[in-house]
Write a protein that binds this ligand. Sequence first.
Ligand code: ATP
Length: 368
Amino acid sequence: MTIKAKPERKPLISLQNIQKHYGEYHALRGINLEIGEGEFFSLLGPSGCGKTTLLRTIAGFEDIDSGSVMLAGKDMMGVPANKRPTNMVFQSYAIFPHLTVAENVAFGLRKSPLSKVEKAEAAEAALNMVGLSGYGNRAAHALSGGQRQRVALARALVLKPKVLLLDEPLSALDRKMREQMQVELIKLQREVGITFILVTHDQEEALVMSDRIAVMFEGEIAQCDDPEVLYRRPKTKRVADFIGVMNFLPATCRHEGGKKIVNIVGLGETEITEEQCPEGFPEGAATVGFRPETLTILYEGQTPTHREAPAMIEEVVYYGDMTYYDVKFDGVDTPVRLSMRNLFGRDVLEVGTRARISWSPGALVVFG
Ligand code: ATP
């Protein structure tokens, strides 16, 4: 079944049953996906899941075994990479250190029929887009990592592609610079309005930047959704575990007079709704998943807003703004992780402290 573009977006890219082998290895196993006009789309997954191969397939750098790639309504079969309305920004910056910034950007236009003056103007316009206006005459080797990344972006944008393909463009930057470039990339994408497809193995990066994310495992799309849906309603345990931290506890499920009841080891019984069971309501043994921030330690005098269970604090990790606690509910062997904001005046609790934990039945996800 094809994963459709959102109804409010015109489909720009349509991939039908893409199959790709490298020798014996089945790298892409039937990808059926639409990506919309002006969408910021991410391909997310562990190393080797096929995300770069899929990106290169869209770009025209890979020969596929079968399937079709349509871009802006045209079949791309036999259309070489340089004739496609796409452009790629590579992982390694691949900018020429001996050229100036402007020459690097204009390099993208070397085969264009534009005049020299027009090329210079186009290069300056692209540099302006990435916040490097006035840097044209600088030597490329004299730039910082972040600035070099921007030059690489400008070089890809100067050709005015319909789709910009980004393969881990920020992976070489340090954390601060990466976070800054993430925000700049989102802004840039909104300004230019073209479709961006980002390959990343960094789930935080995908959550921050994307309109939609496709999570891939072993050459297949396991789930494709908005960041919030993906985080709150992962369809499988594997997706849940890959996106952020998810605690799992064993449970049993049963119907009772039209109600769906789960009995969670250590926490007791609660009713759940249809949408909390992405794989359908499993009767009998099941697993319940919940995020660390859906659990709260109750301080003295606090009453739970949801349900309450006693536990022991087993591990404390202090992060300045947050503290992570690993706690064991009474009668449960596996510790679960919870996160608390360090509000002013609130003590960080010590290992070995008994605590009351508030948990919210509405935040649970039940897997078969
Ligand atoms: P990473 O994040 O590590 O780049 P990825 O998800 O982008 O991983 P791909 O580069 O698409 O993964 O590779 C998918 C699989 O295909 C991997 O197992 C890889 O080893 C294999 N593969 C990729 N390119 C080739 C090639 N040219 N020849 C043989 N096998 C390849």
